[in-house]
Design a binder for this molecule. Structure first.
Ligand code: SPD
Length: 279
């Protein structure tokens, strides 16, 4: 941050690379029981949500991320009625899930109630009322505890977490993936964000490897999120049946990034990503 009228939010994307967003009005800045929460206006990208100094979303590009986290699994599943979301307290993933008319129930499990409260109040453009949809159930507890104890089964489990550091690490480990597999119905799919293959190839490699110990099939696909490190973003999708390389339905709602062709193309990987997955 610099002077009063020239304040910047700077994320250290690596030890030697930073991304800076010029800020306008600060909306909310507080320490919750779990993390530092910041909501602020930026001068070019709309509102910013950052947790522990990491960009979770900006209004300008959040749809790119949320659509790509949700739609390959939901359009690739034959009948996605019950969906479990771990994390995603801003409501963007929930919003995209609820756009699928097949979905009868969406359970969102978020560790930090203050994230949901802050986003509900100040990020209407992101959640669009999804917290109050009659199909939504909100649970506040660590995702790993929820899946360990849950008796219901889901068609799709989506992990919308922050990066695999500190308190988020359990959400990227084999034990958690095993509990998720138990919580999936037959034909179910698991999907998570798996970081920047450019700056953090070892994170993707690790998640891919851990998922491979648990699920019969694991796939990787890519999207573009300009405010995440390097912009090129990876997702891992896993299950015991066919991977959803082809969408089974077309969107009957407007999207900003996802199309059926983008869905197919996202699974085509550049050489450096193929190579790191074949190690
Ligand atoms: N490097 C940041 C990755 C964050 C991924 N999840 C963001 C949550 C938005 N719903």
């Amino acid at each position: 941050m610099s002077t009063e009228d020239d304040r910047w939010f700077t994320e250290a994307q690596t030890e030697g690379v930073r991304l800076g967003l010029r800020l306008g009005r600060e909306i909310l800045a507080r320490r919750t029981p779990y993390q530092d929460l910041l909501l602020a206006e930026t001068t070019e990208l709309g509102k910013l949500l950052a947790l522990d100094g990491r960009i979770m979303l900006t209004e300008r590009d959040e749809a790119f991320y949320h659509e790509m986290l949700v739609h390959p699994a939901l359009f690739g599943h034959r009948d996605p009625r019950r969906v479990l979301i771990i994390g995603g307290g801003d409501g963007g993933t929930l919003r995209e899930v609820l756009r699928h008319r097949e979905v009868e129930e969406a359970v969102l499990v978020e560790i930090d109630e203050e994230v949901v409260q802050g986003c509900e109040q100040f990020l209407e453009s992101v959640h669009r009322g999804s917290f109050h949809d009659p199909r939504t159930k909100l649970v506040f507890k660590p995702g790993q505890d929820f899946v360990k104890e849950v008796h219901f089964k889901y068609d799709v489990i989506i992990v919308d977490s922050s990066d695999p550091v500190g308190p988020n690490l359990p959400l990227f480990r084999e034990a958690f993936f095993r509990d998720c597999k138990k919580a999936l119905r037959q034909g179910g799919m698991f999907v998570c964000q798996s970081g920047s293959p450019f700056y953090y190839p070892e994170e993707l490699e690790e998640v891919y490897g851990e998922l491979g110990k648990v699920f019969g099939r694991v796939g990787v696909y890519l999207g573009f999120v300009p405010t995440y490190p390097s912009g090129l973003w990876s997702f891992c999708i896993a299950g015991d049946g066919e991977l959803p390389l082809e969408p089974l339905r077309e969107p009957n709602f407007p999207t900003r990034y996802y199309t059926p062709d983008v869905h197919r193309a996202a699974f085509v990987l550049p050489r450096f990503v193929e190579e790191l997955l074949s190690k």
